[in-house]
Write a protein that binds this ligand. Structure first.
Ligand SMILES: *Cc1c(COP(=O)(O)O)cnc(C)c1O
Length: 469
């Protein structure tokens, strides 16, 4: 159909159809630089991934214009016939992607992010000041699982609820379920949260269920990091035994930034309503419909055999990287990995995570410092966390991760030499001592040549030049 334009665009509206590159060169240029950074480096942050072109198209669509508070078929605004279709499709696909029977499980797809999904889940499950237990942050848990320090309650999950953490065994690095059981018998939690952000082994859901049942407590699995593995049956299945399962959609699931809350429909008469009401109106307002469409696109991809191959490769790559570092004599937490990430304990080298992160940053390798169980100094974590999901989306295989392990080895050896040269253990002396270290620029060049040899999901890097960037 051709629409003949009867009306002129008002001058004050003329900006509304100008492409970004013309409209806002500053932001456009920064985005170009960020694209080149993503393309030219080794992205090893365990919680990151590269989402697809189709997800980004949905995420950047005019669905962002629509208000649709409420649920499909029961909205507070008109004009939602297509938005309802999008959200219904998203819900269906979420259940399909995780092999769930719609009679037993429902899902809310409106959470803006993983943290808000968790706060909504807590709001639905327990009352203010009720007790919860989650994996301690220094043991690899997430902030939203009850984190507080002796000085300060940090997360709403500790501000509005009473939290007592459980931890990993100091020797093995594995969740100390026995101690959890003992402490639960004293603390009598209403909710046990499992799942973490820096935990490299799988979860014993049967053991957790048993402990939760001793106190009539809910069991919530936050599978934010491993949901892509769970959907692909590359990890234990939390849906068999948990009451509620939350996840982000942008980590191993490889979608847009958002959260999902799955609930067992028949756990209590009204758990379904409690979850839906907790999301809206208790914790959020209008859903981000562009994001919900993008989640739907991601979940369609997750349900394919190709995604399963991807998830298998993510784990194979993590295993290959772990073995290569162990062979070089380095120490990994639990001496390996069962999932998509490793935790590298740098304490035997007398190096901190911050220094290795710093050197890696200088040579286009992105990782993050991470506390290692038994760290005494919380400000200076004793290791780094390294994950394979993002580079596996760039078609890296085991042999490519051998090369990555060599780069990491060199970065750590440089860090050791720089630390010696710095003459102190202080970070500012370390940074000073990095200046004019030729090995750093040599390694950076090699990493850049290596990284730019791999495909880039979601955008074409060939039209960005490093100079333009
Ligand atoms: C990343 C993560 C979250 C939080 O997700 P955001 O989207 O950053 O709010 C929650 N729980 C776990 C276990 C995570 O790893």
């Amino acid at each position: 159909m051709v629409f003949s334009s009867v009306h002129e665009v008002d001058p004050w509206n003329s900006c509304l159809n100008t492409p970004l590159q013309e409209e806002d060169k500053e932001i456009y240029d920064i985005i170009q630089k960020e694209k080149y950074r993503q393309f030219s480096g080794l992205e090893l942050i365990a919680s990151e991934n590269f989402t697809s072109l189709a997800v980004m198209e949905a995420n950047g669509s005019p669905l962002t214009n629509k208000y649709s508070e409420g649920l499909p078929g029961a909205r507070y605004y008109g004009g939602n016939e297509y938005i309802d279709q999008v959200e219904n499709l998203c819900r269906q696909r979420a259940l399909q992607a995780f092999h769930l029977n719609p009679e037993e499980w429902g899902v809310n797809v409106q959470s803006y992010s993983g943290s808000t999904a968790n706060f909504s889940a807590l709001t639905a499950l327990i009352h203010p000041h009720d007790r919860l237990m989650g994996l301690d942050l220094p043991s690899g848990g997430h902030l939203t699982h009850g984190w507080q320090t002796s000085k300060k309650k940090i997360s709403t999950s500790s501000i509005y609820f009473e939290s007592m953490p459980y931890q990993v065994n100091k020797e093995t690095g594995i969740v100390d379920y026995d101690q959890l059981e003992k402490n639960a018998s004293i603390f009598r939690p209403k909710l046990i949260i499992c799942g973490g952000s820096a935990y490299v082994q799988d979860w014993d859901y049967a053991r957790l269920r048993k402990i939760a049942d001793q106190h009539g407590a809910y069991l919530l699995a936050d599978i934010a990091h491993i949901s892509g593995l769970v959907a692909s049956s590359e990890a234990n299945n939390p849906f068999e035994l948990c009451d509620v399962v939350t996840t982000t959609t942008h980590k191993t699931l490889r979608g847009p930034r958002a959260g999902l809350i799955f609930f067992r429909r028949k756990r209590d008469d009204d758990l379904e309503n409690r979850v839906n009401n907790a999301v809206f109106p208790s914790c959020q307002g209008g859903p981000h419909n562009n994001t919900i469409a993008a989640i739907a696109v991601c979940l369609k991809q997750v349900a394919t055999p190709e995604f399963r191959q991807y998830a298998k490769q993510v784990r194979a790559n993590a295993k290959a990287l772990a073995n290569a570092l162990i062979e070089r004599g380095y120490k990994l937490v639990t001496d390996g990995t069962a999932n998509h990430m490793i935790l590298w304990d740098l304490k035997p080298l007398k190096l901190t995570g911050s220094k290795v992160e710093k050197i890696c940053d200088m040579v286009n390798i992105t990782i993050n410092k991470n506390s290692i169980h038994g760290d005494v100094n919380m400000v200076s974590p004793g290791g780094v966390r390294i994950g394979t999901p993002a580079l596996t989306s760039r078609s890296f295989k085991e042999e490519d991760f051998l090369k990555v392990s060599e780069f990491l080895h060199r970065a750590v050896q440089i860090a050791l030499r720089v630390q010696e040269k710095a003459g102190s253990k202080m970070m500012k002396d370390f940074v000073m001592a990095c200046q004019d270290v030729e090995e750093i620029s040599t390694l950076k060049n090699e990493v850049e040549i290596f990284a730019t040899g791999f495909p880039m999901p979601g955008f074409d890097p060939s039209n960005i030049t490093p100079t333009e960037a």
